[in-house]
Every structure is written in C-alpha cells, then in structure tokens.
Design a protein around this ligand. Structure first.
Ligand code: HEM
Length: 462
C-alpha cells in the first residue's frame, strides 16, 4: 500500500492530479506537489499504475545492478514501434542490445571524441555565424536544437540536415517528430479503456512518416554499401564494418537503421535542452558568466575566433561545472525506470516482483536536501568541485541514468556542450530579457521555452 495523491477517483484514478495546474507540465507538477507523499508513491490512471521514487536513499538502492535493472516504462515501450531493438528501446535480454552495446561502446569513449571534434566545431561555427548575424534576440532552444541535430546527423550517418542554410526544415525533421509524438500518444493511450481503438485514428500519417524515415536511412545504407567506401569514419561506417571481438557477429541492416533512429532521437533534444539550461543560468548569474568568460579567455586567448582544440575541451573545468549543475537542477531526461532482477524487498519495506517497476525521478532526487543541503533549488556550480563530488554518497546524481544501460552518448554530449558553451562565453556577453521567467516545455525531454538571448560581441582578454 503506497501513498497516492489525495482525491483519487474510481475508474480515472489520479488523472485529475496529474493534470492539476498546467496540463502540459505533468513532470513539473509532480515535482512541485508530490513532496508530502514521501519518498515513494503511486499514481494510478485507468488501468495504468506508476510507482515514483523521489528519495536519494531509495534511488541509490535501485541503482544496485546486482538487484535491479532497466525496465521499459510504457512510454519507452511505445517507442519500439519506431526504434525496435535499438539501444535505448531494447530489452537487455535481446541479443541485439548486447551486440550493439559492445560494438558501439568504443565509438563513444572520451578518446573517440577526437574523431567527431571537427564535425562538432564545424556545426558550432554555423551557429556562431547565425548569432553574429542576428540583430535581434536569438531563440536559444530552437537554435541549439539545430546545432545538436546537425552534429548527431553528421556524425551518425554523414547526413547534413541543412538546418543553418535552408529556410524551413528538412522533411526528415517533421517526419521524426510525428513518429515521436505517436510514441507519446501510444504510451499515454496504453492505460485508457478503448485506447487501442483511439490509436487507430492517426495511424496512417504515422505509417507514412515512418516509411519516409526508413526509406531515407535504408537508401543511405545501400549507397554506402554499394560504394565500397570504408573510409568514412561516422557511426554508420562503424556499424557496417565492425565485427564483435568474441563472436565475430555484425549488426544487421534493420538494426543499423534502428540505431541511427535511436541516436537521432536520444542524442539531440537531450543535449540541446542541457545546453539551453546552462545558457539560461549563465545569462541570469552575472558572476558565474564572468568566471566562465575568464576561464574561456585564459584557455583560448584574446582572439575571439579561436576555437578549442580537442585537448582544450577537457580543460574548461568551470564551464563543465556549470553544465553539471544545470543538469542537476533540470536533468533533461527527468527520470528512468528500474525494476528487480529477482523478487526482492526495496529498503526492507516495499516488496517488488520482477513484474514491478518504478520511475527514479532524478529531477526530485537531484534536489533531495539529505544530499544537496537546505538550498537544493539554488544554482551553484561549486557543488561539482572535486572535493564536493568526492564527499557525496554514490548514486545521487544521474542525469545520464545508471549502470550498463546508462547513456552511451554521455561523453559525446559533454564534449559537444562544453565546446559550444566555451565558445559562447568567449565570444559573447549574453543578456536575457529581465522579465523572462524560466518556462519549461515537456516533450520527451525538458527544455526551456520562449527563452531568447541578446548576443553582444565581447573582447576576450588574456
Ligand atoms: C540512454 C540521458 C545524450 C544516446 C540515456 C539514459 C539517460 C540519458 C538518462 C538512460 C535511460 C534509461 O535508463 O532508460 C541523456 C542526456 C543527454 C544524452 C541528459 C544529453 C545531455 C545522448 C547522446 C546520445 C545518446 C548525445 C547519442 C549520441 C543514448 C542511448 C541510450 C541513452 C543510445 C541507451 C543506452 C542503452 O540502453 O544501452 N541517455 N542522454 N544520449 N542515451 Fe543518452
């Protein structure tokens, strides 16, 4: 018997609670209102039930890989219609998860970022050129989403979406958005009576969008194979040619397509959200911005056009702390699902069978006063000074998830984000409209909404 929000109704359960306040923001509503329910609580809506953990000690226990593992929440299961057994949506027992994980891990080490560094620099240059040309405030999140889409498209399969050069969007972008929306709707409808019937409406446009994406990626794969070109060092090249060290197995073509879709989905809005939150905190904390600019000047020197080398990216320690702290307050993937490997009792109190699962709500755990002190909502990059990190218990900070199913793209996202933030702090003083109140949109991820910045060129100093 877990606590649940007050006012539960027969049949609809806690539906009214989820959508109390702004109906487009159920995650933020939960953060704001669920405190009185304690460390773990339950939400029921029609036939669906979700258990949510918001306490650091319980979360740390759920990160114990010997007892708990990733489970696919209904929202993630729903994405399987589009991404199948791609890394993010695969069950851990599916053979393609292990194969892809083992084959692709070397492509995501910190060292491997050397291979993507120039592509990241080129995409960042295009964004900087756009900002240089702007004579009015720039829309931060949409601009950064262009950047991250270009970076992941070019590094994954050498696809240039032309985000900075064309008016309007590459047709791939709305097609992908339609597929993701379908996943979200499917996840939500799974709990509804007659959900299946409701889902049949809107299926055809989804199928058309999916067919378009599949054909485009399959054509690129076929072209690459026909060219016998093994020199292209993008992820597609690796997936086509790498064999598993022990078994000699390769990824099949269907799975390669699914991995490309996965990288595009998992790797772009998460990173642009993280970058946008960091820009928000830099813009609204002048002392933090001054320190970040000082660090950028010290490393990059007085030339405003100088671009960080691969080795320099790791040296922006303060800027990295700004990013880490932004991801603490607003982990752009605000939770992840865990369940027991064998029947067990969580915290000696809550029995769980292997069919049970719960959401670790990182958004709330990252603000647990037991770990983060009595001002957990305050932005303070010094929480990530090495001594402070060492002093904290393990498994209390997990914007990238946990265990072997944690984010394979972590180094990729961090390299891309620090590179851009360093360039931005080096080149601009940026100011937000003082009237702007942080407004956060919830799609698959969290993202600042309606946030504009005026980018004023500055003169870097030694
Ligand atoms: C998994 C967050 C960037 C690819 C995850 C998970 C989280 C996460 C929380 C675990 C989900 C779960 O347990 O269900 C983030 C954040 C990012 C980011 C906050 C940016 C700041 C990226 C990038 C890529 C990527 C850039 C690709 C280049 C993946 C993949 C998985 C994953 C493939 C599934 C891994 C597996 O289960 O084997 N990410 N991610 N992510 N992420 Fe990321």
């Amino acid at each position: 018997q877990l606590p649940h929000p007050p006012g539960r109704r027969p049949v609809i359960g806690d539906l009214a609670t989820i959508f109390r306040g702004d109906t487009r923001k159920p995650v933020q509503n939960a953060l704001r209102t669920s405190g009185p329910l304690g460390p773990i609580y339950e939400i029921k809506v029609f036939r669906g039930k979700v258990v949510i953990v918001r306490d650091a000690e319980l979360a740390a226990e759920l990160c114990d890989e010997s007892r708990f593992e990733k489970k696919l929440a209904p929202g993630v299961q729903a994405l399987r219609e589009t991404a199948g057994d791609g890394l993010f949506t695969a069950y851990t027992h599916e053979p393609n998860w292990r194969l892809a994980h083992d084959l692709l891990r070397p492509a995501f080490t910190r060292e491997a970022m050397k291979g993507y560094h120039q592509t990241m620099v080129d995409a960042a240059d295009e964004l900087i050129a756009l900002w240089d040309r702007s004579d009015r405030p720039v829309p931060v999140s949409p601009n950064l989403t262009k950047l991250t889409l270009e970076t992941i498209g070019r590094t994954s399969f050498s696809k240039d979406f032309g985000s900075f050069s064309r008016d309007g969007q590459d047709p791939f972008v709305p097609a992908m958005a339609r597929c993701l929306k379908r996943g979200q709707v499917r996840g939500a409808f799974a709990a509804l009576p007659f959900g299946g019937a409701l889902l049949r409406r809107g299926r055809q446009p989804y199928l058309d969008a999916k067919a378009y994406i599949d054909a485009l990626i399959d054509d690129i794969i076929a072209e690459r194979l026909a060219s016998h070109d093994t020199s292209q060092e993008d992820l597609l090249g690796l997936m086509l040619h790498a064999a598993h060290e022990e078994t000699g197995d390769h990824l099949d073509r269907l799975n390669i397509r699914r991995q490309i879709i996965t990288f595009l989905v998992a790797g772009h809005e998460t990173t642009s959200g993280a970058l946008s939150f960091a820009m928000y905190y830099l813009a609204t904390n002048p002392q933090v911005r001054a320190k970040a600019a000082q660090e950028a000047d010290a490393i990059l020197g007085p030339d405003p056009d100088s671009v960080p080398t691969f080795e320099q990216v790791a040296k922006f320690r303060y800027i990295r702390r700004v990013l880490d702290e932004s991801l603490r307050l607003w982990p752009t993937a605000p939770g992840f699902a865990r369940g027991p490997v064998k029947d067990t009792v969580l915290a000696g109190r809550y029995p769980m069978t292997t069919d049970d699962w719960c959401i670790v709500m990182s958004l709330a755990v990252h603000r647990d006063p037991k770990v983060w002190g009595d001002d957990p909502d305050t932005f303070d990059p010094d929480r990530f000074l090495p001594a402070a990190v060492r002093a904290r218990p393990a498994h209390t900070y997990f914007p990238f998830g946990t265990g072997e199913r944690s984010c394979i793209g972590r180094q990729f996202a961090l390299h891309e984000a620090v590179l851009l933030l360093a360039r931005a702090c080096h080149r601009y003083d940026f100011a937000a409209d003082p009237a702007y109140q942080l407004d956060i949109a919830e799609r698959l991820t969290l993202m600042p909404d309606g946030f504009d910045l005026t980018m004023v060129r500055r003169t870097p100093r030694r």
